[in-house]
Design a protein around this ligand. Structure first.
Ligand code: CTP
Length: 408
């Protein structure tokens, strides 16, 4: 259990803070909500008190003997400000302490995550951008806002990311510190495949696999949080799109192949985390196949699918990094890492993320542990953690290997 301060400033997205609060308390955290006076125009203190089980005040004149304006920040493990309005970012950047939330921000020793939400013009204004740069320079995490429908009829960057995305990223910061969500992928284009392909036999049946897409989703979410422009080529994944990520849905290996070739052409990083079927039925029946009431079932002739990762490696543009995934088990011939080294060499990619799937681990699970092998011989172990924490570890390996950005 961690002590989380949930700061809420006065924007209409404050209503989503109640859902974020719920996600934190359901994960077992002790949450103290500190709204600004403006936030209480949108959501009442009673809502935050009932959901957190803790008192809610906005000013430094309540609870004076407890010296709340100092103690709340000092004793927190994490401060998340969601939504963070343009005004809140400005006051935090200026070091003001004119309400309980800004006083708390000045006394917090723990990681601080700002989740901006405001109208596009306010977000893009140089004043706001300077304030964001200042806060990031001081070590705070400032998530990029999601793009989409705003309060009025218009849309653009400025939406609050969904509470589930914020909660997952807050958990990464709690586990690994604020540096894992540094803005080090700004200006980078990242393409990630996720999920598992389905190869049709007839209009109702397919050959598929158990990949949930969760690791690819986490890679996309963390890359977007670190500033990248992310495209997720998603094979049969039902999860909601991570904030700021463009999802291209696909079904078969062939569809995934065309989407990856199109999207990878101008990417800085290409990640093949999808489980691609190695084979597909040689032909797809136009009508539902009927069982022959007499004898044994027919066998299904299969043909090989192209190796998309190997193709992407041959088309790699200068400076582009190609990352493969491998789910391996040890056998009588070799252990997991030996098989993985051989696969890295065979596929020709720059990095290979290796899952040890002995005993049915990983598929559909919320946590994961991997090793990242590099073509230059380096290897990094990323210990058991949530898929978002593992994703942050993978980007920690990838980011320093990128050529210096031209526009970051
Ligand atoms: N992959 C791919 N195209 C395929 C099969 C796999 O791009 N037709 C990619 C996967 O997305 C993954 C990597 O290749 O990044 C490793 O996949 P895996 O199936 O483990 O490798 P295989 O080459 O099929 O090796 P194995 O002999 O272990 O099946």
């Amino acid at each position: 259990m961690s002590r989380i301060v949930l700061g809420v400033s006065g924007g209409v997205a404050a209503y989503k803070a109640a859902l974020l609060l719920r996600a934190f308390t359901e994960a077992g955290h002790d949450v103290r909500v500190v709204p600004t006076p403006g936030a209480l125009h949108f959501v009442g203190a009673a809502t935050f008190e009932a959901l957190s089980g803790n008192p809610v005040t906005t000013d430094v004149w309540s609870d004076v003997p407890e010296v709340a304006h100092v103690r709340i920040g000092q004793t927190a493990d994490l401060v998340v400000v969601a939504p963070a309005t343009a005004d809140l970012l400005a006051r935090a950047a200026a070091g003001r302490a004119d309400d309980l939330l800004t006083a708390t921000l000045l006394t917090a020793h723990c990681p601080v995550v700002f989740v901006p939400a405001m109208h596009t013009e306010m977000w893009l204004h140089p004043a706001t951008q300077d304030n964001v740069a200042t806060l990031r320079r001081r070590g705070a995490v400032v998530l990029p806002p999601a793009v989409g429908r705003l309060t009025g009829p218009d849309s653009g960057p400025g939406r609050l990311p969904e509470p589930a995305d914020i909660a997952a990223l807050a958990d990464v910061v709690l586990t690994s510190g604020a540096a894992v969500l540094a803005h080090d992928l700004a200006g980078r284009r990242v393409v990630i495949s996720a999920g598992g392909t389905r190869e049709p036999l007839d209009p109702v049946r397919y050959l598929g696999n158990r990949s949930s897409g969760k690791q690819g989703w986490a890679l996309a979410r963390v890359a977007a949080a670190r500033g990248a422009e992310v495209v997720l080529v998603a094979a049969n994944v039902e999860l909601p799109a991570p904030f700021g990520v463009r999802v291209v849905p696909v079904g078969t290996a062939e569809e995934l192949r065309s989407a990856m070739h199109a999207e990878a052409a101008d990417a800085d990083v290409v990640v093949m985390s999808a489980a691609v079927a190695d084979f597909r039925p040689a032909s797809v029946a136009g009508a539902k196949m009927k069982k022959d009431s007499a004898g044994e079932p027919d066998s299904v002739p299969l043909v090989r699918n192209p190796d998309i990762l190997a193709e992407l490696v041959t088309k790699r543009r200068p400076g582009q990094l190609v990352v493969g995934f491998a789910a391996e088990t040890g056998d009588d011939d070799a252990d997991v890492l030996t098989h993985a080294r051989a696969k890295l060499a065979r596929k020709g990619c720059d990095l290979l993320v290796v899952n040890d799937v002995s005993g049915g681990q990983v598929f559909g699970r919320a946590d994961n542990a991997v090793a990242v092998l590099a073509a230059d011989g380096a290897s990094t172990e990323i210990g058991l953690g949530t898929k978002d924490t593992v994703a942050a570890g993978i980007w920690d390996v990838v980011a320093p290997r990128l050529e210096p950005a031209t526009q970051a």
